[in-house]
Design a binder for this molecule. Structure first.
Ligand code: AMP
Ligand code: DBH
Length: 545
């Protein structure tokens, strides 16, 4: 049975088809096209290994065939957690061919995140890496099998001949298996191709069903705007599964254009500079803190960066002062990107005036992206005034997976999604992100749902109240502070961090600071007054300067 999701109303779907946005082709078409146009061109460079498009096709066929032999079928789901390596994309393509919809967990995710995803999708397959502590032995697999009993497991080995947990296949063996006669069976183009991850603002991490039609359109339109070509040499240094890295225009955009992706394990500048020089990289997406680090290191390495044409920056608020330094100090163009895994992506255009590029986060990529900027009473604000962003369009989702209550809160009756961002829109349609109403911390592009961390803290017997809020940070933009009322006066931050780690939450969600208080300030209606907490933290951080 196909995966249930909130589809677009027929009238809008018809419009998106009529305008050529939705092609009714599964995303496996991307690889088919390159097999026709340039099978021998290099698609991925990963360490000392190089993979042509033809090799991506063969390897993903092999993996799909091996998984089919294990009993996996169209409309099944999978939980995938792989590091930034070619195998991530080979696996993604194999699962598209097989019609198995994955959740691509970030490599930084831990036990709680993976279990939350597994509970929601009931996967029949997990693909992990023994490099990750969760899969270093079989304990976590057993735990996953309690949630999803008919689970097959495939592991990427950290090193050749490494010990695998019991009852796992080796990914390397699956990739080496012959796949003669294998015929792909992707899900149909109007069905779920995979799940994206939401940054979230609730207790449980939410999943975003993305269909072939909507996602493939978002990638093709991004390729047009970003003018990718077979000459594109793209550095993949942000987490590969992130929506930005994958689709804006992302690695999939490079595959659509027939260019080359160079894998980096993370955005650390010196390693990236070496890759840029060695492989003549000309395009790289980054988050703001990475740009700050690159700007710091660049002066002594300018010559190594001479191939760069465009640095994209998105994921979190990018200070105008830093934006202005990019062209002069990194020697390339800046593109600002404001996107979300839920859909809507805004870009500054490559031929925009520099002022526009430095001071806005771009405008919607599709002519059929509908944008409303609303006040708290549900009325549109005058142009140029800040308000809540609401949007719908040909690649913006219509509901989180299995979350009717949350969906009722973030969608209006016309199907507009309220992203929780405060924006201003100018007369040309360009957006500036000026704030946020969702209860989230944006730690340099990594999103933390306050409620998720608060729930974990409140499970500690020594904590009576907890409120997690953002505090300003020079490098990360924001860091997280947990304001807690403790019944145990001997409780220390180190013990609380250890407690959270033991619960199995991703490291980036651990509060950067703990503030012990006698009581939490309350609003008139008796809710925790987070604004007052934030103001107090802001005041104390500026005192420290
Ligand atoms: P996610 O839900 O994890 O996909 O994160 C999307 C959110 O990241 C958006 O709703 C914004 O809050 C934030 N974001 C993305 N790009 C930018 C940007 N260029 N400037 C400010 N915030 C951004
Ligand atoms: O932060 C994001 O989620 C994001 C940023 C830029 C995104 O999803 C995107 C571009 O597609």
């Amino acid at each position: 049975m196909s995966i249930a999701f909130s589809a677009w109303p027929a009238e809008l779907a018809a419009r998106y088809r009529a305008k050529g946005y939705w092609l009714d082709l599964p995303m496996t078409h991307i690889l088919q096209e390159q097999m026709r146009q340039r099978p021998e061109a290099p698609a991925i460079l990963c360490g000392e290994r190089s993979f042509s498009y033809a090799q991506l096709d063969t390897l993903s066929d092999s993996l799909a065939a091996a998984l089919h032999q294990q009993g996996l079928r169209t409309h099944d789901t999978a939980l995938v957690q792989l590091p930034n390596q070619a195998e991530f994309f080979i696996t993604y393509l194999a699962l598209l061919k097989l019609g198995v919809a994955p959740v691509n967990a970030l490599f930084s995710h831990q036990r709680l995140e993976l279990l939350a995803y597994a509970r929601q999708i009931q996967p029949r397959l997990v693909i992990g890496s023994t490099q990750h502590s969760l899969f270093a032995n079989g304990d976590f697999l057993n735990e996953l099998r309690d949630v999803a009993p008919s689970l097959h497991a495939v592991m990427l080995e950290a090193s050749e001949g490494a010990q695998l947990p019991a009852s796992c296949l080796r990914l390397a063996d699956c990739l080496a298996a012959p796949a003669e006669g294998y015929t792909p069976t992707p899900t149909s183009a109007d069905q779920v191709a995979f799940f994206q991850l939401s940054g979230g603002s609730t207790g449980t991490p939410k999943l975003i069903p993305r269909t072939h039609n909507d996602y493939y359109y978002s990638v093709r339109r991004s390729v047009e705007i970003c003018q990718l070509s077979p000459e594109t040499r793209f550095l993949c240094a942000l987490p590969a599964g992130h929506n930005y890295t994958m689709s804006s225009p992302g690695v999939l955009g490079v595959f659509v254009a027939g260019g080359t992706v160079i894998m980096a394990r993370d955005p650390e500048p010196l390693n990236c500079f070496a890759l840029i020089e060695r492989h003549q990289v000309n395009w790289v997406p980054l988050v703001p803190p990475a740009v700050a680090l690159w700007l710091k290191e660049a002066p002594s390495h300018r010559a190594r960066l001479s191939s760069l044409k465009v640095i994209q920056v998105g994921g979190a608020n990018f200070a105008e002062a830093l934006a202005r330094r990019v062209p002069a100090e990194l020697g390339c163009q800046l593109q600002q990107v404001f996107g979300m895994a839920e859909g809507l992506v805004n870009y500054t255009r490559l031929d925009d005036e520099p002022e526009r590029i430095f001071t806005t986060q771009g405008c919607p990529m599709s002519p059929d992206d509908e944008i409303r900027v609303m006040d708290v009473d549900g009325q549109p604000v005058p142009q140029g005034q800040p308000g809540m962003l609401a949007t719908r369009g040909p690649y913006t989702f219509r509901g989180y997976y299995q979350s009717p209550e949350h969906n009722a809160q973030v969608f209006d009756a016309e199907g507009f999604y309220y992203s929780g961002d405060l924006v201003e829109q100018d007369a040309q349609g360009y957006l500036r992100v000026v704030g946020r109403v969702k209860d989230q911390i944006n730690r340099g592009g990594e999103k933390i749902a306050a409620a998720e961390v608060e729930n974990l803290l409140l499970q500690h017997p020594g904590i009576t109240h907890a409120a997690v809020v953002a505090m300003p940070d020079e490098l990360m933009g924001e860091k997280s502070c947990a304001c807690v009322v403790a019944s145990d006066s001997a409780l220390k931050p180190a013990a609380l961090r250890k407690y959270l780690r033991a619960q199995g939450v991703a490291e980036f969600k651990l509060p950067d600071r703990f503030q012990f208080l006698e009581q939490l300030p309350l609003t008139a209606v008796g809710k925790i007054d987070k604004q007052r907490l934030r103001n107090a933290l802001q005041a104390s951080s500026s005192e420290q300067r």
